[in-house]
Design a protein around this ligand. Structure first.
Ligand SMILES: Nc1ncnc2c1ncn2[C@@H]1O[C@H](COP(=O)(O)OP(=O)(O)OP(=O)(O)O)[C@@H](O)[C@H]1O
Ligand SMILES: [Mg+2]
Length: 272
């Protein structure tokens, strides 16, 4: 097993080449290829079951492809230490919440985001670490929940804590799987503002955000990939891909996309 090579700021963050994933004898993703460059912020859309979460699990070094090649942060899956890779990747998704330590407070959970650890090792964090974690909770308007047990929080409150967790530490890649699910309108807007603010920082992590509603995308979204039945229907610059025709082809529904100040929304064409 090789160590993850030191990454250069100019090299791609992830390169997926001719990848397929077969589960239970069924092709659930691919063949698909994509290159995620530094400073890029991708939206990933497609119908339920299209393979979005599966693609994210490859980018997050959570699973191996059945065929093809995935290189994340300079390390090829299958050849590098996956745990070391995961430490450099912030993740928000349902599968993360399921694996977090029961009994931890919201603040303790945010602290586990630094090294991608899911084990309760928060005793090693000092007062400055805790202050930084609290500031992140406050960014998502849930500082008052810091001492509450995560499992006792509402769905939207949990999601806010997981968002704060994914942004704790200096990740090079941030993977967000339906991050606004269950979050109320102010919470969604806090997420959008946090992602825009993060994108404007030097050395901002590249991001991939799975969404079902275009309103959840920040104006910093630079690229988009549309998946249908495990294959790419369209990929490229966000303004070209998040448009009537590609989205209509992806979902099998005539849609009208509206763009306002860099933010998107979409509706069925017939209802306009
Ligand atoms: N471990 C598995 N074994 C068998 N089939 C699987 C497995 N994981 C996913 N699938 C199937 O692969 C397909 C793609 O799943 P995936 O979770 O990637 O879809 P998705 O695009 O994220 O959908 P959603 O929008 O509903 O979250 C689905 O049909 C799912 O049932
Ligand atoms: Mg999914």
């Amino acid at each position: 097993m090789h160590a993850v090579p030191a990454a250069s700021a100019r090299q791609p963050v992830a390169v997926v080449t001719g990848v397929t994933v077969v589960a239970d004898g069924r092709l659930i993703l691919g063949p698909v290829s994509m290159t995620l460059g530094p400073g890029e912020h991708w939206a990933l859309l497609g119908p339920n079951g299209a393979g979005k979460t599966t693609l994210l699990s490859l980018l997050g070094a959570q699973r191996h492809p059945t065929a093809g090649e995935v290189v994340v942060l300079g390390g090829r899956l299958g050849r590098v230490d996956m745990r070391e890779l995961r430490r450099q990747i912030g993740v928000v998704g349902h599968n993360v919440a399921d694996r977090l330590p029961v009994g931890a407070s919201a603040l303790e959970l945010v602290l586990t985001g630094r090294d991608g650890i899911l084990a309760p090792w928060w005793g090693s964090f000092d007062a400055a670490d805790r202050a930084a974690a609290l500031a992140l909770l406050e960014r998502f308007h849930c500082g008052h929940l810091a001492d509450q047990r995560f499992v006792q929080l509402s769905q939207g409150e949990r999601q806010r804590v997981l968002l704060a967790r994914s942004m704790y530490g200096r990740h090079r890649l941030l993977l967000l799987d339906e991050p606004a699910v269950g979050v109320d309108l102010p919470g969604r807007e806090a997420l959008v503002a946090a992602l825009d603010s993060l994108a404007s920082e030097p050395d901002a992590p590249a991001t991939v955000q799975v969404v079902h509603t275009l309103e959840e995308l920040p104006s910093s979204t630079s690229h988009a990939l549309l998946l249908r039945d495990g294959r790419a229907v369209a990929a490229g610059r966000a303004a070209e891909v998040l448009a009537d025709e590609p989205l209509g082809a992806c979902f099998g529904l005539a849609v009208r996309v509206h763009r306002d100040g860099g933010r998107y929304s979409a509706r069925a064409a017939s209802s306009w």
